[in-house]
Design a protein around this ligand. Structure first.
Ligand code: FAD
Length: 509
């Protein structure tokens, strides 16, 4: 049986371990942290449970696929509920829009709240779906770096349609043309942040993302986002994958042009195949600094990062809300909530051009205790409050974190007419520096390289090494990109590139 070593137990590392185990490999995963999951992890504080990183779960079928691949019933490991209301949007002038999951319901809501004909939204979603279908084969599901990809029929169709699909204008221009109403344009510009990009420069092709949320559908994992990690780790262990936690890989050992294994605490762990789930910048700079690095790829602009405030909230707080109102002043809030800034263009200029955070950021609040009451004690709520910020280029994060915290509290207090500060009973935070320390992501970027230009897809590293045999790459910093679904697809692409293990059933022995 051939042996595969995976470096890093992020979601892509876990997924690739499962796929390789199914292919018949003996798989060992080395993880620097004492826990698996990387960004997709959890922690508890004073009785509150928080998902540390991702909160929005789209394309849940990609998780199901892993259980099915292993011939298991997904329901034995992992369950999720489709969201009928994806997100509540709050605008500074008091308008509130419920982002219903079903496009027809969403269109009806937009008509009621903004007076925009339903057809405008439904046409937009139809185009969004068309873009997804025409490009997924080219940009998401296969290696962009293998000649064979360009011989496939759907690749050829995708490439011929690039102009029509919006590769040559920005997402903001696309939305202004199709949606016109400034609030709708802002709402749909927000999808650029799903891969940490700027809507005023990322290409219009990104308008496929709403289809993933409202067509394919968004879901909430039972037990919270961390259930994705837990269930996949369990599956992988059932398939014989071994995890070596708190084991930081120091080197990828290369001999005569092939990856021979990895070095940990000076010792060699030999393997027939090495898959790195580590940020590609750190791979070249730290794990194999003697190898020639693809500088253009490594120096490509990073995606945005985030400031996250984890707040345990007592809805009844110091000043008390009416006991008759079971959720206090926060009854308007759902699982996902967005409080928009008054000037979106300025906000993204501040992030991507000025490298800072302004006084009026868009604020995202995720509250899993709305669905899982046990995530917060005694009827309280676990708030994950996030603001998009630039990646770390040496800014004074201590100052930015304190200043932004106050701006967020002022904004939410005024928009919900509460004194928010008096409701916070416990708190913690995450910033770009901590993200890099805890996951190795260069500059604390959430999604690897940004997609702020039309060639961005080609500036992501391939899922294999061109110079070193038996060395592969998965995760948010390589093709096809960041976010849980794309990380899962990167694991599939790697597995498709790798042959079956000799001795496995797949190899025919
Ligand atoms: P990572 O999670 O980056 O993990 C890499 C692992 O490698 C880490 O565990 C690290 O410890 C380990 N490692 C690094 N170096 C070594 C070494 N030398 N030896 C051994 N191990 C090593 N995505 C969504 O889909 N929806 C969201 O709502 C969303 N929101 C997000 C919010 C936040 C705050 C963050 C941080 C991310 C968010 N994302 C979201 C992005 C998503 O979390 C990531 O794209 C995805 O989880 C990255 O997974 P990965 O496989 O690349 O590995």
């Amino acid at each position: 049986m051939h042996k595969a070593v995976v470096i890093g137990a992020g979601i892509a590392g876990i997924a690739v371990a499962i796929r390789l185990a199914v292919k018949g490999y003996q798989v060992e995963v080395f993880e620097a942290n004492s826990y698996p999951g990387g960004k997709l992890s959890t922690f508890e504080q004073d009785g509150f449970r928080f998902d540390a990183g991702p909160s929005l779960f789209t394309m849940p079928h990609l998780v199901d696929d892993l259980f099915k691949l292993a011939d298991r019933d997904p329901a034995d490991y992992f369950r999720y509920r489709p969201l009928t209301n994806v997100c509540n949007y709050f605008f500074p002038d008091g308008i509130e829009i419920h982002g219903k999951g079903n496009p027809k319901d969403f269109a009806a809501e937009v008509k009621t709240k903004l007076g925009v004909p339903e057809k405008v939204i439904l046409d937009y979603f139809n185009r969004s779906e068309m873009k997804y279908r025409k490009t997924k084969g080219v940009f998401l599901e296969r290696s962009l770096h293998k000649f064979g990809t360009y011989l496939k029929k759907d690749t050829i169709i995708g490439i011929f349609n690039l102009y029509r699909l919006g590769l040559f204008h920005s997402l903001a221009q696309e939305n202004e043309k199709r949606l016109k109403h400034p609030k709708l344009v802002q709402l749909f510009n927000r999808y650029a942040t799903y891969n940490g990009s700027n809507p005023y420069s990322t290409p219009g092709i990104m308008s496929m993302i709403p289809h993933l949320e409202h067509g394919v559908g968004a879901a909430f994992p039972v037990g919270g986002m961390h259930a994705i990690t837990e269930s996949l780790v369990k599956l992988s262990k059932d398939l014989g994958v071994r995890y070596r936690l708190s084991q930081r890989v120091e080197r990828i050992v290369v001999e005569r042009g092939r990856a021979k294994g990895v070095q940990i605490k000076g010792n060699l762990a030999e393997a027939d195949l090495v898959v790195s789930n580590v940020d590609i910048y750190a791979v070249y700079r730290k794990l194999m600094p003697e190898q020639k690095a693809p500088e253009r790829i490594l120096m490509h602009e990073r995606s945005s990062s985030a400031l996250i405030y984890y707040w345990g909230i007592d809805p009844f707080g110091a000043n008390g809300a009416s006991a008759a109102d079971t959720q206090g002043p926060f009854s308007k809030l759902d699982l996902h909530n967005i409080f928009f800034s008054s000037n979106y263009e300025r906000e993204f200029r501040e992030i991507f051009e000025e490298g800072t955070v302004g006084d009026d950021p868009t604020v995202y609040i995720n509250i899993t205790s709305k669905y899982e009451p046990q995530d917060a004690p005694g009827g309280m709520q676990n708030w994950f409050v996030m603001v998009n910020v630039p990646s770390n280029q040496g800014q004074d994060w201590e100052h930015l974190r304190r200043h932004t915290r106050q701006c967020v509290i002022n904004k939410i207090s005024s928009m919900l007419r509460v004194e928010l500060e008096s409701h916070i009973v416990t708190e913690n935070y995450l910033d770009p520096v901590r993200i890099e320390e805890r996951t190795g992501s260069y500059q604390g970027a959430l999604y690897g390289a940004s997609s702020n230009d039309r060639m961005a897809a080609f500036f992501r590293h391939a899922n294999f090494s061109r110079r070193i045999r038996d060395l592969y790459f998965c995760g948010g910093s390589v093709h096809p990109g960041g976010g849980i679904p794309l990380c899962l697809l990167s694991a599939k692409i790697v597995s498709d590139l790798v042959g079956p293990s000799a001795g496995s059933m797949a190899a025919g022995s």
